[in-house]
Write a protein that binds this ligand. Structure first.
Ligand SMILES: Nc1ncnc2c1ncn2[C@@H]1O[C@H](COP(=O)(O)OP(=O)(O)OP(=O)(O)O)[C@@H](O)[C@H]1O
Ligand SMILES: [Mg+2]
Length: 361
């Protein structure tokens, strides 16, 4: 039987999603999503457009009702509780500020909804505006502010009633790169200071990797992997995660009698495969590919030549074409010393076996 708590009971911010399902017509927007989020954790939902991130977040927030499954906060089932009784701060993708209200009134709104006394509202709004560096802009209207400032107002409005959980849907989506990086650090700092559980939706892998304790990678309504950023990148669970998070070279290999067979045999990892012989894919990140001259290169590398080079500032992206016709991408830092192979140069490509991942999907 469901227990529906009063909002005051929802406090520490542990969130459990149990087999959440939501479809629109024949479209499965969210397909059997289960996830356990610890109190104070910063977790990102990362995935391409249409993968079900917003739908999942809105089911936590209570604006979207799941077809089946449960949302629990601190072991209380809140699946059927209306949004305003969930004590969750929500920051929407487009900020959703009230255009006819000043900054102060926007931030005060959730407190008014909760019938907090006027003097108390004044104190709390001032405090939270101070926290997000907007103390001098309280009387402005949203259209008189920059995108970054509006975004801070949205954060202040979500923080003002001190919810244990903040839900953020692409809060930095509309901002330029420099400002995104600045605000992402501010959100991280807020997270450290306030210790609130944060669920952060983004399609930006750098953002997810840089900010999160754990990242949940979504694809077509399902969670494909939930891990710490380093593990998502170093140990992707499947080809989708490997390709979506960071650049990767995908090299077809075979598993025969439990061992990996493919090009560059010295650079193939050993594995404990007990299944039947199968096709597999070797994943090698561009920064793990290195080049030797044909004379010094080990016999296990791939012979070929550099066919393209693109300068991207801190690094150069080299494209390698093996004698067998396989194209591989390499990312080399532009260090002050040392030169990179030039276009047309013959070389042998290899990588450390420990940097390669075999995926049998
Ligand atoms: N109200 C709705 N009516 C019909 N279909 C919807 C509705 N909301 C979402 N969908 C569909 O559900 C799927 C998941 O949508 P959702 O908004 O959760 O994706 P998202 O991962 O947030 O994408 P984006 O990065 O573009 O914001 C999509 O195919 C979308 O078209
Ligand atoms: Mg979305």
């Amino acid at each position: 039987m469901r227990t529906e708590p009063s909002s005051a009971e929802v406090r520490t911010g542990r969130i459990t999603l149990h087999e959440l399902q939501k479809h629109y017509g024949r479209q499965m927007a969210v397909d059997n999503v289960s996830l356990s989020i610890s109190p104070g954790e910063f977790i990102s939902l990362l995935g391409p457009s249409g993968s079900g991130k917003t739908t999942t977040l809105m089911m936590i927030a209570g604006f979207t009702m799941p077809d089946s499954g449960q949302v629990l906060v601190d072991d209380n089932d809140i699946t059927r509780l209306p949004p305003h009784r969930r004590e969750l701060g929500v920051i929407f993708q487009n900020y959703a500020l009230f255009p006819h209200m000043t900054v102060f009134e926007n931030v005060a709104y959730p407190l008014r909804m909760r019938r907090v006394a006027k003097a108390e509202i004044e104190t709390r709004v001032r405090r939270v505006l101070d926290q997000v560096d907007l103390s001098t802009l309280g009387s402005r209207y949203p259209h008189q502010m920059s995108g970054g400032q509006q975004q801070r107002v949205a954060i202040a409005r979500a923080l003002v009633f001190d919810p244990p959980v903040l839900l953020l849907d692409e809060p930095l989506g509309a901002l330029d790169k420099k400002l995104r990086e600045h605000l992402r650090n501010e959100i991280k700092t807020l997270h450290k200071e306030l210790g609130k559980t944060m669920v952060y939706v983004t399609h930006d892998q750098d953002e997810a990797l840089a900010m999160s304790d754990r990242v949940a990678v979504m694809h077509e309504g399902r969670i494909r992997q939930v891990s710490a950023p380093r593990d998502i990148y170093r140990r992707p669970a499947d080809l989708f995660v490997a390709s979506f998070v960071g650049d990767v070279n995908l090299i077809p290999v075979q598993i025969v009698s439990g061992a990996v067979h493919g090009p560059a045999h010295e650079a193939l990892p050993s594995m404990h495969w007990t299944g039947a012989d199968t096709k597999a894919t070797l994943c090698v990140r561009p920064e793990h590919l290195c080049f030797d001259t044909p004379t010094t290169g080990g016999s296990g590398g791939l012979k070929g030549r550099i066919v393209d080079a693109t300068f991207v500032g801190d690094a150069t992206i080299l494209e390698f074409l093996s004698d067998e016709g396989m194209r591989l991408k390499s990312k080399m830092l532009n260090l002050s010393a040392g030169s990179l192979p030039g276009i047309g140069e013959s070389c042998v490509a290899s990588w450390a076996a420990s940097d390669a991942i075999v995926l049998t999907e």
